[in-house]
Design a protein around this ligand. Structure first.
Ligand SMILES: Nc1ncnc2c1ncn2[C@@H]1O[C@H](COP(=O)(O)OP(=O)(O)OP(=O)(O)O)[C@@H](O)[C@H]1O
Ligand SMILES: [Mg+2]
Length: 401
């Protein structure tokens, strides 16, 4: 795609995208100002009404949260036994991630920035700022950071099940796939994390890097959003969008954002829809190993999204038909709304949370029937705002798969 002409091949291959054709100046409000410390908003002054939590409010979100602390490089080297290969748990565009143990026996994940330019340093600062101010049970906790000399490291709570990506794709044959209920549970948690960023933080935060690799899972598959290095403060006042360089990950970027650099909360909703599609299908957003026509998940899925009778053809074969058909219909309807080309037609995250919570409740009460999961007849929840009809999906969902 020409709009991704300047693909940034970071360590793990072609994952992040950055285009320079979009304007760099900002309209509305951008996190860049807060990163530099200049023009930082007084977030105790809440412009967006009641119920919002200012970014400077230490008590926001998780009351148990405590401030990130500064570590010396020596402490983190000791925690990882000298960054031993055996402690290496992952690697992304930012650098390598190690499992470590702090002095108090606290197990942590330590991310070490590779020294490949300014972009990483900027992301480091944004990550520390954002995660120092944002606290929610569905956002990963930043325990601390290290800025000794030119070293830049981040210390996070350890998420024992790794990322959602690890559990959806290229599964070892012996490994159990994620069940339908677990997939919905993960979707609900990720949506709540995003809802916190969009609706509770003030000014709102546009995440910009929502993808399955950035959804980390704890022992019980509770999801937490991670990697806020690309996050931006959303538009405030009369502004409708923030203009910025296009950053994000190929396959997850909303088309209007990729084309124009105009960033809105609806850009995140599109990315969330792609993650939902990955949860339903078990396919990657972009998979170059698939045949032409199937490599871009959204493009491939459109043929099935138009026709309810074809929804089942989207489903991850590893589920072996073990999913409640009615819930599948709802899940696909929500997904279709999120990935609509026209951003204004995409639902608000609050509506998505309501819809997914309803789905989770239904999935949990569904019974296994002849090897398939059957769900009881129920009323639909609040109708999400979109031109894709939730109710029509409900009426026909008793059709057998
Ligand atoms: N807090 C954590 N706890 C446990 N494992 C983690 C943690 N953070 C990251 N990891 C592991 O490290 C891997 C790499 O994460 P990282 O965020 O560096 O890269 P990415 O998100 O996969 O890609 P990119 O940063 O290039 O977009 C993850 O997939 C996950 O397996
Ligand atoms: Mg990540």
């Amino acid at each position: 795609m020409s709009c991704f002409s300047c693909i940034n091949p970071r360590r793990k291959g072609v994952r992040r995208v950055e285009t320079e054709n979009a304007p760099r100046s900002t309209s509305g409000h951008s996190a860049d100002s807060s990163v530099s410390g200049k023009g930082r908003r007084d977030s105790n002054h809440n412009e967006n009404g009641k119920g919002k939590e200012g970014l400077n409010d230490r008590k926001c979100g998780n009351p148990k949260s405590s401030a990130a602390r500064s570590f010396t490089f020596r402490e983190l080297a000791a925690a990882t036994k000298g960054f031993k290969e055996v402690n290496l748990i992952g690697e992304g565009g930012f650098g390598r991630v190690y499992k470590g143990k702090l002095e108090a026996n606290q197990v942590v994940a330590i991310k070490q920035l590779n020294h490949d330019g300014l972009q990483g340093f900027q992301e480091f600062i944004v990550e520390v700022l954002m995660l120092s101010l944002l606290h929610h049970s569905n956002l990963v906790t930043l325990i601390g950071y290290c800025t000794d000399g030119d070293q830049r490291l981040l210390v996070y709570e350890y998420m024992s099940m790794g990322s959602l990506e690890d559990h959806l794709f290229d599964m070892d044959p012996g490994k159990d796939p994620l069940s339908w209920n677990t997939r919905i549970k993960i979707a609900v948690g990720a949506a709540r994390g995003l809802e916190y960023l969009h609706n509770k933080a003030s000014p709102p935060v546009i995440y910009r890097d929502l993808k399955s690799a950035n959804i980390l899972l704890d022992n019980d598959y509770n999801p937490k959003l991670s990697d806020f290095g690309l996050a931006k403060l959303g538009p405030v006042g009369d502004h409708t969008h923030v203009s910025t360089r296009v950053m994000g990950t190929y396959g997850y970027c909303a088309p209007e954002y990729a084309m124009s650099g105009k960033l809105t909360l609806k850009s995140d909703i599109y990315s969330f829809g792609v993650v939902l599609l990955e949860l339903i299908t078990g396919r990657r957003a972009i998979d170059a190993t698939k045949k032409p026509g199937e490599q871009n998940l959204v493009t491939w899925s459109r043929q099935f999204l138009k026709d309810r009778r074809k929804f089942v053809q989207l489903v991850d074969p590893l589920l072996q038909g073990r999913f409640p058909l009615r819930c599948l219909h709802h899940a696909v309807a929500i997904t279709a709304m999120c990935i609509q080309e026209q951003p204004t037609f995409r639902p608000l995250i609050g509506d998505i949370v309501v819809a997914l919570e309803y789905l989770a409740a239904q999935s949990n009460t569904s019974e296994l029937h002849n090897g398939r999961v059957r769900s009881p007849t129920v009323q639909s929840p609040t109708k999400p705002q979109s031109d894709v009809s939730w109710e029509s999906d409900c009426r026909t969902s008793s059709t057998s798969a």
